[in-house]
Design a protein. Sequence first.
Length: 168
Amino acid sequence: MYQPYPSSGQPAEPLRPPAPAPVLTAVKLMYAGAAVSTVFLIVSLAMAIGDIGAIARGRWLGHSLTAAQLSHQRPLVITLVIAFGLAVIALWLWMARATSQGKNWARILSTVLFGLATLGLAGSHSVAQVFFAVLIWLTGLAAVWLLWLPASSVFFKPSGFMRAGQGT
């Protein structure tokens, strides 16, 4: 038997067809979601670090605080903003990569994460938070919608999947 390249001992994985246009667009939207989330992280940090108006009023995140309390809580809030922001960006990038590889679990997890983002819309307070939350939500909505189109669904089926009556 002729083998042009040495075998690694593992069976060759069947080649997946190229991603259809809706999947490619969904992946681009996921990268855009990561970019918007990055901008939102920067804006959130600026608000957490330098919200002078809230300091002057003694209010922060809807709570009345003394200057000492505000000063004491700020490092924790900044740390949480950074951690949460980086986690969201990482999720967008991870889902984009896994989706582009045709992983069906990524399509399902993206839908679940979109559902969580929908719940998160209720927690937005400032104009900037509402703006970015809606922009990110719309990006997720478009990506999830594209991932569940019939043309996309074929891409996510296992490579060995055959419908009854096909291939005979």
